[in-house]
Design a protein around this ligand. Structure first.
Ligand code: HEC
Length: 118
């Protein structure tokens, strides 16, 4: 009896660990966090990037890659510690970024084609 209790507990912990490694992001919550954590200040409300930050809408990074980057950014970006944004929160932000539209290729933007043909 006792032994099966511990086995079940161990199994529950293992399942918990496995799901923690591949957490599913919640884009709705990610949008809230994107604003709360001030990502928009440099990356723009639509993640479009600008003078102070790279374009991150529809990022090519996977969730783990984004977390790794945000913890130890390569350049001018400040690092965000676990205290400021947890892995789960960053995964939600990632899901939000992924939910944004990728940029259109230039050939699909009519105005640009007009300019070229003039
Ligand atoms: C103070 C300005 C600033 C803030 C705030 C900021 N970033 Fe950045 N971020 C940058 C800059 C600048 C870069 C370009 C590379 C570099 O200098 O680190 C960057 C790069 C990135 C990249 C890598 C882009 C790529 O594909 O290489 C990701 C992902 C990213 N930021 C996510 C975030 C998230 C998520 C937040 C909010 C938790 C955030 N950033 C807040 C300035 C900022």
């Amino acid at each position: 009896m006792k032994r099966s209790f511990w086995l079940l507990t161990a199994a529950a912990i293992l399942v918990g660990m496995a799901s923690a490694q591949t957490p599913a992001g919640n884009a709705e919550n990610g949008k809230r966090l994107f604003l709360r954590d001030g990502c928009w200040q440099c990356h723009g409300y639509a993640g479009q990037g600008g003078r102070d930050g790279a374009r991150i809408a529809a990022t090519a990074l996977n969730a783990q890659g984004l977390i790794r980057y945000v913890r130890r950014p390569a350049g001018a970006m400040p690092a965000f510690s676990e205290k400021v944004a947890t892995d789960q929160e960053l995964t939600d932000i990632w899901a939000y970024l992924k939910s944004m539209a990728a940029p259109k290729p230039a050939k699909d933007i009519p105005l640009l084609n007009q300019l070229k043909s003039q």
